[in-house]
Design a protein around this ligand. Structure first.
Ligand code: GLU
Length: 503
């Protein structure tokens, strides 16, 4: 039988690391077995629904390059399944449960339900020994079917609840956690499946869809584990076979607490805006609770899929390590060609105003600016961790940096007058350096000059670097000189000289 699994997010928040880990594992598992990966939007919670979260889901999948296999408009671009478009199906199935005695109508008013909750809460806070179970008290379960039918026909508002068989134990097998059993008395008593507005609850829609979509494996976050016994009971009441389950351990921060804002970025949008590459994020997330081969870190999506196995999942919570992810990002940045990297960094450079406001305030580069931008990529690539660092790192190639205070120019153990002399030497060297064909040629040249003039190489390089880049710490100097060219470079050295001589 072919594997079918799914990612079933509710559009009530931004896509975050935990969700994407679930999506990725399902995707990889389906691919590893030549199966089908389904995307299903569980949008029946209309109170918490927001359209922007739906858009965020699509944007995230697009950016990550994860494709789902099936949807209502299969052929061309298939849409995911959307639960709010399938309401009749859930209603029909809730009705089926009534007919087969697997569910019942409940007419309890909100006031009554609130009262039950309050009573339970105060009993608990008074420390009562025997607090009756929390949740619904099964009041309407005893209403004879004929009477309930009449009340419904008369227009009385109702919900449909699941009838949980009492005195039994529910068992299921979880791939990661093994055999699990719950006494039915400990399961949330008779949860609502169909609300009074005709909308299904998450539980009903989720189970009906998993069944109708012939989902074979449900892999989801461990926070859903406590709902699973109730789901298994629902499968039983419908007379359906449940899928296989695999509940993934939590993703934690380094401090062992659930990953949250306190630890750093968690939404995929934030990672994207902070200059992470999708390949790096996917590669790292693939390791959050799964292993592949000993001693290897870098994998393509295809390679991960070839190696993914439920048997290699880890029971222990996964610890999110931002440093390791940063390492991945650097690795993937270095795999890019200069042109690819320039294209990836371009939006960040525009947003940072690197090219000025550009035509119609678009911030787009002129052809010459684009040439400089691409030429600058090899200067930054080796040390870059995040794409968004680029504009600040190479700003000096676009606008003349402010000339720093004199102290910045003065090498250790030297004084201002000597530094001025050195910069004057540098002025003579600008042309051959900027025109030299390679870093190696430039380096050999300046070394020979330093020797000839009996100055330390560093004492020559440092003031020149500060004059050209505006800082003691900068991308490689020779490459910068080549990009800026003789005239602009000489002008910067002259400006520095003027400032030093005037101080
Ligand atoms: N809609 C649920 C969620 O938002 C899906 C849980 C499941 O995968 O069954 O996580």
């Amino acid at each position: 039988m072919s594997i079918r699994d799914r990612y079933a997010p509710s559009p009530t928040g931004l896509q975050h690391i935990g969700g994407i880990r679930t999506a990725l594992f399902n995707y990889l598992f389906a691919r590893s077995k030549n199966g089908q990966f389904i995307l299903r939007l569980e949008d029946t919670d209309r109170l918490r629904f927001e359209e922007r979260y739906v858009q965020n889901l699509y944007d995230t999948f697009n950016w990550l390059g994860i494709k789902w296999d099936e949807g209502p408009d299969t052929g061309g671009r298939c849409a995911p399944y959307i639960q709010s478009e399938r309401l009749d199906l859930y209603k029909k199935h809730a009705q089926d449960l009534i007919d087969s005695d697997g569910g019942y109508y409940c007419f309890c008013s909100t006031e009554r339900l609130d009262k039950i909750r309050q009573d339970q809460e105060s009993a608990r806070s008074e420390g009562a020994e025997q607090v009756s179970q929390s949740g619904y008290d099964r009041f309407c379960r005893g209403i004879p079917a004929a009477e309930a039918g009449k009340r419904v026909a008369a227009g009385e508002p109702y919900v449909i609840r699941l009838k949980i068989p009492l005195g039994e134990t529910t068992r299921f097998y979880d791939h990661l956690l093994g055999h699990i059993e719950w006494k039915n008395e400990d399961v949330n008593p008779d949860p609502v499946l169909l609300k009074s507005d005709g909308f299904p609850t998450y539980h009903l829609a989720n189970i009906v869809d998993d069944h109708l979509m012939e989902v074979t494996h449900v892999m989801r976050a461990q926070e859903w584990l406590s709902s699973t016994p109730m789901h298994v009971i629902m499968y039983g009441n419908f007379g359906w076979t449940p899928p296989e389950f695999c509940h993934l351990p939590m993703v934690m921060g380094q401090d062992g607490k659930k990953l949250s804002k306190r630890h750093g970025a968690t939404s995929i949008d934030e990672f994207r805006n902070n200059g992470y590459l999708p390949e790096a994020l996917l590669n790292y997330v693939a390791f959050l609770g799964a292993s592949y081969e000993e001693g290897r870190d870098i994998y393509t999506l295809k390679e991960l899929a070839e190696r993914f196995s439920l048997d290699k999942l880890n029971k222990a919570p996964a610890i999110f390590d931002y440093k390791k992810l940063e390492w991945y990002n650097g690795q993937y940045i270095r795999m890019k060609t200069d042109e690819e990297l320039a294209a990836l960094c371009l939006p960040f450079a525009k947003a940072a105003g690197l090219f000025g406001t550009g035509g119609e305030g678009s911030g787009s580069p002129s052809p010459e600016q684009m040439r400089v931008f691409t030429a600058a990529m090899p200067l930054v690539k080796e040390r870059l961790s995040f794409l968004n660092e680029v504009p600040q790192k190479i700003a000096y190639l676009f606008a003349d940096p402010e000339v720093p205070p004199a102290e910045e120019f003065i090498p250790k153990k030297l004084d201002l007058a000597r530094t001025v002399d050195l910069l004057k030497i540098c002025l003579d060297l600008v042309q051959p350096l900027a025109d030299s064909p390679s870093d190696e040629a430039a380096e050999n040249f300046i070394k020979a000059e330093a020797e000839k003039r009996e100055v330390k190489l560093g004492d020559l390089m440092m003031p020149l670097r500060v004059a050209i880049t505006g800082s003691r710490v900068s991308p490689p100097l020779f490459g910068s000189l080549r990009i800026l060219g003789v005239a602009r470079s000489a002008e910067r050295v002259n400006r520095a000289l003027q400032k030093l001589e005037g101080s």
